[in-house]
Design a protein around this ligand. Structure first.
Ligand code: ADP
Length: 482
C-alpha cells in the first residue's frame, strides 16, 4: 500500500492500548480488483472480554477527567486525522472501493464529528428544577453511560466509527469498536491516530474477528452498558434482542428506502443534479441514498430525459484510485446478485430499462448505473433496500398520492422532496414518516444535525446535541433539609 506514513496500515487489533495479533487471520480483499489488501486478526470471545475489561478499567479515570482535558485529547485526535487525511482516504478506497474523492470527504466528515463533540464535551449541562415540597431542591446531573460497544458497517468505514465514538468519549464513556470485517483497516488506522493523540489505554479499543462471537460477548456482558449499531435491520433486531437480558441502552441505525419526490413546481435541473448525486454516492451503497423516484406526471418526461442523460454522461465506473472514476465497485458478489434479482423481478412485472442493467464483466465487482422506468409497488425494488446503482422511477398525480407512495415502506430513515411551495414544504414534511427530510436538498448528513430513523430504520439519533444524549444518563439529586 502506497502511504506517506506506512505505520497507519495496522494489521493488528488495538486493545487496552496495546497491539494484538491473532493466531488465525482473516484476509481483506479490494472489491475493485479482488486482490488481498491485508490480513486482520480473527479474535473471539476471550479477547472481547479482555477488551471489555480494559474499557471498564479505563472508565473511572476517563470519566472523572475534566471535560476540558477530554476535549483537548479529542481535538488532538481530530488534528491527527486531518494531518493524515490522504493516507486514510487511500486505505479506505483500497478496502471499500469508493472513489478517492468520496473517501477523502468521508475522512473529513469523520474528523468533523470528532471536533464537534470535542467542543460539546465542555457543554454537558445539568438542570435545576423548582420543587413542589418545602425545604428541598431538585438537581439534575448528566453522567456517562459507561462502557459502550460500537458495531459498524463497511459502507462508511471511518464516519460511522467517529459518529459513535466521538460523543461517547466526549461524554466520558469508554468504547470497544467492532468494525466490519470487510473494512477494518480504516478503523485500525483511527486507533493508531488515537494512540498518537494521547487517548489513554483502554478508552478506545478496536477488535476484529467473527461478528457473531464478538457480538455475543459484547451483548452478554453486564459491564457493557450500551450498544450502538449501524447496519442491516436483521442484525439490528438480533442485537436488540440480545441486549435485552442485560437491559442495555441501544442505538440502531438500520436500513432505509429513501423516496425522492419531485413535485410539479420543483426546479427540475436542481432535482436532477441532486438525484444523481444522492442515488449514486458510494455506488448507491448508503442507507440514505435516494432509493426510489416519485415524479409528478407533468414533470416526468423532462425529469427522465435529463436524469438518464446525466447518468449516461456524468458517471464513470472503475477503480476508485483512478482520478476520473466516480463509480466504484460493489462491496461483494451478494450485492451484485441482489441487483440482478431486483432488475429481473422488475422486468418480469413490467418495468423497462432506460439505461444500464448489467454487471460489467472482468475483474472487480462493477455494475452499470441503471435507470428503471414504469416501476410499480409490487416489485421487489420498491420493497427491499437496493444498496446499489439502480434508480427506479414511478409517477404520481396528487400530493396525497405522492405521500402515500413515499410512506408505503417498512423503513423510515431519509426522504427527499422538491417543491418551491412553502405551504407544501411544511405539509409534506409533516406527513412523511421519516426521521430526516430533505426539502430541495439531498445532502442531510452533518455533525451538527440529528441523524436517525423511525419504523424499521432504527432507534436513537447520532450527531448534534441529541447524539450526545445517547451516551449520557440522567441522575436526579434531591436535597432536603434546606
Ligand atoms: P451490512 O448489510 O451493512 O453488511 P450487517 O448488519 O451485516 O450489515 O453488518 C454490519 C456490522 O454488523 C458489521 O460490523 C458486521 O460484522 C456486524 N455483524 C453482523 N452480524 C452480526 C452479529 N450476529 N452480531 C454482531 N455483529 C454482527
Amino acid at each position: 500500500m502506497k502511504l506517506c506514513d506506512p505505520a497507519l496500515f495496522r494489521q493488528e487489533c488495538y486493545i487496552g492500548g496495546k497491539w494484538l495479533s491473532g493466531q488465525k487471520t482473516i484476509p481483506v480483499t479490494n472489491p475493485a480488483d479482488d486482490t488481498v489488501v491485508g490480513f486482520i486478526p480473527s479474535l473471539g470471545g476471550g479477547e472481547t472480554r479482555q477488551a471489555i475489561k480494559s474499557a471498564k478499567d479505563a472508565f473511572p479515570s476517563w470519566s472523572r477527567m475534566t471535560a476540558q482535558k477530554r476535549s483537548q485529547i479529542l481535538k488532538r485526535w481530530f488534528a491527527a486525522i486531518c494531518d493524515n487525511k490522504n493516507d486514510l482516504a487511500y486505505i479506505m478506497t483500497c478496502e471499500q472501493g469508493k472513489p478517492l474523492a468520496e473517501a477523502l470527504a468521508e475522512v473529513l466528515s469523520a474528523a468533523a464529528y470528532i471536533e464537534w463533540f470535542a467542543e460539546e464535551a465542555k457543554r454537558v449541562y445539568g438542570d435545576t428544577i423548582p420543587m413542589s415540597q418545602e425545604g428541598k431542591r431538585i438537581v439534575v446531573l448528566k453522567e456517562p453511560v459507561g462502557v459502550c460497544a460500537a458495531i459498524t458497517p463497511w459502507n462508511f468505514p471511518s464516519a460511522m466509527i467517529a459518529r459513535k465514538t466521538a460523543p461517547a468519549l466526549a461524554a466520558g464513556c469508554t468504547v470497544i469498536v467492532k468494525p466490519s470485517e470487510l473494512t477494518p483497516f480504516s478503523a485500525l488506522a483511527l486507533a493508531e491516530l488515537a494512540d498518537r493523540a494521547g487517548v489513554p489505554p483502554g478508552v478506545f479499543n478496536v477488535i476484529t474477528g467473527p461478528a457473531e462471537e464478538i457480538g455475543s460477548a459484547l451483548t452478554e456482558s453486564s459491564d457493557v452498558r450500551k450498544v450502538s449499531f449501524s447496519g442491516s435491520t436483521s442484525v439490528g433486531r438480533l442485537l436488540m434482542r440480545n441486549c435485552s437480558d442485560t437491559l442495555k441502552r441501544i442505538s440502531l441505525e438500520l436500513g432505509g428506502h429513501a423516496p425522492f419526490i419531485v413535485f410539479e413546481d420543483a426546479v427540475i435541473d436542481v432535482a436532477v443534479a441532486d438525484a444523481v448525486e444522492s442515488k449514486f454516492r458510494n455506488s448507491g451503497q448508503t442507507c440514505v441514498c435516494a432509493n426510489r423516484f416519485i415524479i409528478h406526471e407533468s414533470a416526468y418526461a423532462e425529469f427522465v430525459e435529463k436524469f438518464v442523460k446525466a447518468v449516461e454522461g456524468q458517471l464513470f465506473v472503475g477503480s476508485g484510485l483512478i482520478a476520473d472514476n466516480n463509480q466504484g465497485p460493489l462491496i461483494d458478489i451478494d450485492a451484485i446478485e441482489k441487483l440482478e434479482d431486483q432488475i429481473q423481478d422488475a422486468i418480469q412485472k413490467g418495468a423497462r430499462i432506460a439505461t444500464g442493467g448489467k454487471r460489467i464483466p472482468g475483474k472487480g465487482l462493477f455494475f452499470e448505473p441503471t435507470v428503471l422506468l414504469d416501476v410499480t409497488s409490487e416489485m421487489k425494488i420498491l420493497r427491499e433496500e437496493t444498496f446499489g446503482p439502480i434508480a427506479p422511477i414511478s409517477q404520481f398525480i396528487t400530493e396525497t398520492e405522492a405521500i402515500t407512495m413515499a410512506n408505503d415502506s417498512e423503513y423510515g430513515l431519509a426522504a427527499y422532496f422538491y417543491s418551491r411551495d412553502v405551504g407544501r414544504a411544511w405539509r409534506v414534511t409533516e406527513a412523511l414518516e421519516y426521521g430526516m427530510v430533505g426539502v430541495n436538498t439531498a445532502r442531510l448528513s452533518s455533525e451538527a444535525a440529528p441523524f436517525g430513523g423511525v419504523k424499521m430504520s432504527g432507534i436513537g439519533r447520532e450527531g448534534s446535541k441529541y447524539g450526545m444524549d445517547e451516551y449520557l444518563e440522567i441522575k436526579y439529586m434531591c436535597i432536603g433539609g434546606i
